[in-house]
Design a binder for this molecule. Structure first.
Ligand SMILES: [Zn+2]
Length: 316
């Protein structure tokens, strides 16, 4: 309540007038010529963004039916409406080098289309190294296993490139399991003493075998399978290039093509694939960028509180 009162001190007078008296707000409208194009503003949050984190670009001031699209690092950005502000999600991949990168947004159509470019500052984050010991046969693969991995990789790549245009989720992502997170996202793995260049692209939840795994948000199951490294796996498309994945399951309770709701059980925690013990590996990709799932969950919780509402929203 106090913060709401405090807000009033920072609002410009015309906004205050409209806030207290809707008819005054109506009187202000002739000040803007009808032919003047809308003032469109573009903002990236958070700023800066660290590698492995999700980001969002907010576009305010567009007419309700305006087309808007964007791109970052050659990946598309899809937009959805959040209380009159168009929001597009993107990711700073875990392997992205710190630096300044352009992000473009295009809105309008035909000859009236406009493109704005904003700069995304990506900063470094130290994720550390972890030591893991597995049977050497899971490191030096046999020709049969190499061929198996090659075929599985084709199916996984196809799933990760899945880009259904509509947003299938809303609200806050929930945790897929309740339990301790071994926040190993981003860590490099020293596998049997040899450092692997690829960082760990998910969060591991240390929970017992048989623990039910829930879908964190609505989506469609686009891939299930038993894979060499990931074991029993489920991939969910949440729309607009947002894909989540669940590895090492003891049992899969979902089928490809199935619509799944937030909280619905997709399988049970297990220790299938290349693991040292039972746990859930939970990964999230945004249009190919590998990002930290718990950080993404926090972002979905804050979307409702984004400060960047268009001025018209203050007259509601
Ligand atoms: Zn993992």
């Amino acid at each position: 309540m106090f913060s709401k009162i405090l807000w009033l001190f920072f609002l410009p007078f015309p906004v205050l007038a409209g806030f207290f008296c809707p008819s005054c707000a109506a009187d202000l409208s002739p000040i803007l010529p009808a032919s003047q194009p809308p003032i469109v503003s573009v903002k990236v949050l958070p700023e800066p963004i660290f590698r492995g984190a999700p980001g969002r670009v907010l576009v305010a001031g567009l007419p309700a039916d305006a087309a808007v699209s964007g791109s970052f690092r050659d990946a598309p950005i899809f937009f959805f409406d959040n209380k009159g502000v168009m929001v597009g999600l993107f990711g700073a991949d875990i392997m992205l080098k710190p630096g300044e990168y352009p992000l473009t947004v295009t809105y309008g159509s035909g000859s009236a289309a406009e493109t704005k470019t904003v700069t995304v500052s990506v900063t470094d984050k130290s994720y550390g190294v972890r030591d893991i010991k597995v049977p050497q046969s899971q490191v030096d693969l046999s020709p049969e296993d190499l061929e198996r991995v090659r075929v599985e990789r084709i199916a996984v790549t196809k799933a990760l490139n899945f880009k259904s245009p509509a947003r299938l989720w809303s609200g806050e992502f929930i945790e897929p399991v309740r339990g301790r997170i071994n926040s190993s996202f981003g860590r490099q793995t020293r596998l049997n003493g040899v450092l692997n260049a690829r960082p760990h692209a998910g969060a591991d939840y240390l929970v017992g075998e048989g623990t039910p795994v829930a879908a964190p948000a609505d989506g469609v199951v686009i891939l299930t399978g038993n894979h060499f490294f990931a074991g029993n796996s489920v991939y969910i498309d949440h729309g607009q290039g947002l894909i989540s994945m669940y590895f090492h399951l003891s049992k899969i309770d979902a089928v490809e093509g199935q619509s799944i709701k937030r909280g619905e059980i997709l399988g049970l925690v297990g220790k299938t694939g290349r693991v040292t013990g039972a746990h859930l590996h939970y990964g999230i990709y945004i249009n190919g960028a590998r990002i930290d799932p718990p950080v993404f969950r926090q972002m979905t919780a804050t979307l409702a509180g984004d400060p960047y509402l268009p001025e018209s929203a203050l007259y509601d």
